[in-house]
Design a protein around this ligand. Structure first.
Ligand SMILES: [Mn+2]
Length: 323
């Protein structure tokens, strides 16, 4: 059985780092998702109950669909310039923590807990296992094996993060251990009904209309799907770019599709590309283009001065993926 995976030595080092620190910052990546918020907020609460001064440092705004998460108001601006310990969760690159990099470098010690493929980072302690389906699963293991505090809120946060990063326990990296953890979290009081309702049964009609519009314009060829989303379109429907994320999954889930890609227009000439697959490795191509991620879910950014140019680049990259 694919059970606990963290080396005992690394767990002990983590405990040592916690015990010798009083002020602890937890940094999240830009554009935070459910696993990112779930893991950072859960670890914050556990370490606070353990007696530490802990902050989750905001890197971005929280998309509407994740505002229901308990403790989400603890996602805030840093109160200090440096901390005894800076823990990065759910990413293994200093680039991905954006403006928090300076605070991380100023802090006495750093550690990272992550599940992205081939993450490269130098900290005092790397707990990186790319076989874990979610950072929340690793955080559960840390809390469980180190006997750190757990309560209903922590359980709900970890459950929500595992749900979102596994596509509701669907992806191939979900193991028996993942289900065991989910069960334990329910025993600890995770509010599954509240989480499912908020994550999967509360889509605003305008978001559905937006998705339908984007999907109606998607293109399909060679077992690949491609769609492009402009800022103008997001404005037209009164939604957020974060609402587009699910579209790349919806396209991948189609019978005729193996790989899906969406291109999203952001500010400052940045165009973000999201890739999904049913099995084909899309992490290599993301890394080759300055991004990263997982075998079946990855992303990178294109910097061009027009949507048309970014569109061309994205299409070329998609063409180059062998299915
Ligand atoms: Mn994750």
């Amino acid at each position: 059985m694919n059970k606990e995976r963290i080396d005992k030595e690394k767990l002990d080092q983590f405990k040592e780092l916690i015990d010798e620190s009083q002020t602890i910052a937890i940094g999240s990546h830009i554009n935070p998702d459910g696993d990112n918020l779930g893991s950072t907020l859960a670890l914050r609460r556990s370490l606070e109950l353990y007696g530490k001064e802990v902050e989750v440092l905001a890197n971005d705004t929280v998309d509407d669909y994740l505002q229901f998460l308990p403790d989400v108001d603890h996602y805030g601006e840093a109160k200090r310039d440096s901390y005894d310990l800076f823990i990065i969760l759910d990413c293994s690159e200093f680039d991905r923590i954006g403006k928090l990099t300076t605070i991380a470098r100023n802090s006495k010690k750093t550690a990272v807990v992550d599940h992205h493929v081939k993450g490269k980072i130098y900290t005092d302690l790397n707990i990186i296992y790319d076989t874990a389906p979610a950072t929340c699963e690793l955080v559960y293991e840390i809390i469980d094996r180190l006997d750190l505090p757990m309560d209903e809120t922590i359980a709900s946060l970890l459950f929500a993060g595992i749900c979102t990063d596994t596509g509701r326990f669907l992806y191939s990296n979900v193991s028996e251990y993942t289900h065991l953890v989910a069960g334990k979290l329910i025993t600890e009081g995770a509010d599954v009904e509240y989480i499912f309702r908020n994550l999967y049964q509360s889509k605003p009609i305008k978001v559905m209309k937006f998705e339908t519009d984007v999907i109606s314009k998607a293109e399909f060829a060679d077992k690949k799907a491609y769609a492009m989303i402009s800022k103008e379109e997001v404005e037209k429907f009164g939604v957020q770019m974060g609402d587009a994320e699910v579209i790349v999954n919806m396209l991948r889930d189609l019978d005729e599709v193996e790989v899906s890609m969406i291109l999203k227009e952001y500010d400052n000439n940045e165009y973000k590309v999201s890739l999904r697959s049913k099995g084909v490795d899309v992490s290599d191509v993301a890394r080759a283009n300055g991004g990263g991620g997982h075998i079946q879910a990855s992303g990178f950014s294109i910097f061009e001065d027009s949507l048309e140019k970014a569109d061309q680049v994205a299409r070329e990259v998609l063409k180059g993926i062998n299915v």
